[in-house]
Design a protein around this ligand. Sequence first.
Ligand code: ZN
Length: 247
Amino acid sequence: MQDKELERYSRHILLPEIEFEGQKKLLQSHCLIVGAGGLGSPVAIYLAASGVGKITICDFDNVDLSNLQRQIIHDENKIGLNKAESAKRALNRINSDIKVIPIKRQLDIDEVMSIAKDVDIIIDCSDNFKTRYALNKIAFDLKLPLISGAAIKFDGQVCVFDFRVHNSVCYNCLFPSEDDEQNLKCSDHGVFSPLVGLVGSIQAGEVIKVLLGIGTSLHGKLLLINHRDIDFKTLKIKKDDLCDICS
Ligand SMILES: [Zn+2]
């Protein structure tokens, strides 16, 4: 690490849980962020600022005026631009030393699988069940940690599935039915702006903790947040012995 990097990351290096070795490991890490929207914004910003050396960020959608209420990585000048490209430009303004790879088109499962083979961790910041189930399957097959977040109205959730751990539970154990009808969309129901910041920040924190083995993660647990009444609950996820994916 050069002097400039030692200074940039000094407040991390001061933490006994991270120190020089942990920061070096972050600089050598590659994260896959799926979704550059409400959750992907804080996740990507914190990981870039923290010095995660390589970030691949996927989003096929373009920035829309109605996104700017909460998708803080984008701004008025990016309306109409692809979200992954917009995110890349914002992240490199925060940290020009890291490599950001934007994926701007919709990928099929094989294409995501081939990208995921090169990463250390997958962060699900998507807004639909189809993607969540696909990422769960990919992370399970590749034995990667998956950090999953969701937010709608005033309700948020975060869960971690560390498939490096033998016999881990999975997203499909938690939500077994693949029923796209149950998809709640922000465009139909609304979402409280700071909630996505809260959920995304917790996801970014779990990414760093899981990569560096710090403290206790949400592995195998579901964090439920109600922002309106500021209520936090953590539930243990039970393994489904009949799960199609992990059993
Ligand atoms: Zn399962």
